[in-house]
Design a protein around this ligand. Structure first.
Ligand code: F6R
Length: 262
């Protein structure tokens, strides 16, 4: 795992978008794993701008979102399908048939989860998995005690997550209680993982996720086991990290980051 600290949320999102664009340019038929939530809104707006400037081309890209609510029709305002259509898919030249989200309305949810895993395999696996982190430490909707080897499945959302997501549904009562999510094991199979977290409210959970012991209580700690995981944070989310000097030194000195310092 490596940690990159950028001055603010905009520059952290900008670096994230540039890494996604780099994967899209250097991989013949790129497969992206995508996340939703507030943090990713800036990333998608930057990618849309890059597309408009001719810097990225989504024609050959396939995407798999991490998760979708159960019991919310895909065309309803709160669904992650609606979020993705609105913020990315309808604004770029991606083929809608290559954009996958779990179907939270499927009659047989277990079968839908198996189908989703198979679709990822059939696409050749995920080249670049974008991740956010919830206040409960979840990645995707892998709430506390999710098995490190879990695969795509239906999951009950924790009270913390329900509170976090309530603004999108107007009230806690109207917020879905369950979701289909890629498992921790599914996420760890991606060839590259990038977790983006910004803002002071993420600082404590980031410190635990990055420098704390690996525990199923905080699913994001599983990323410490991934051979190629980058955690991109802004200054506000970095305040509780003990090894900030080391992380800054890596970004300033490693040739891998030469192109990204400006
Ligand atoms: C959503 C997802 C979640 C979010 C996380 C952070 O697809 O996978 O893990 O990334 O809950 O959400 P925000 O960015 O709203 O703080």
């Amino acid at each position: 795992m490596e940690v990159i600290i950028r001055p603010d949320a905009q520059s952290a999102a900008n670096l994230t978008a540039r890494l996604i664009a780099c994967t899209m340019r250097t991989t013949p038929n790129p497969v992206l794993g995508l996340a939703t939530g507030r943090t990713m809104l800036i990333v998608y707006s930057i990618l849309v701008e890059m597309y408009r400037r001719g810097e990225v081309d989504f024609r050959n890209t396939t995407t798999f979102n991490l998760d979708e609510y159960v019991g919310i029709p895909s065309n309803s305002p709160g669904s992650y399908r609606t979020y993705m259509d609105k913020n990315l898919f309808k604004k770029v030249n991606i083929d809608g048939a290559n954009t996958y989200l779990p179907d939270g309305m499927a009659a047989d949810l277990n079968h839908e989860c198996e189908r989703y895993e198979q679709a990822i395999l059939d696409a050749g696996g995920i080249d670049f998995q974008l991740l956010g982190i919830g206040r409960s430490g979840h990645i995707g909707f892998n709430e506390p005690l999710s098995a490190m080897r879990s695969r795509t499945r239906e999951k009950a959302l924790s009270p913390k997550t329900i509170i976090q997501n309530a603004p999108f549904f107007g009230s806690q009562d109207g917020t879905p209680r369950r979701a289909i999510t890629m498992g921790v094991g599914t996420i760890l199979d991606a060839r590259r993982c990038v977790l983006l977290a910004t803002g002071a409210e993420k600082a404590r959970i980031i410190a635990k996720a990055v420098e704390g012991p690996i525990t199923a209580m905080i699913s994001a700690t599983a990323l410490q086991l991934h051979p190629r995981c980058t955690v991109i944070i802004d200054e506000s989310a970095a305040v509780h990290l003990k090894n900030q000097d080391y992380y800054r030194w890596i970004f300033e000195n490693e040739p891998e980051w030469d192109a990204y310092r400006a």
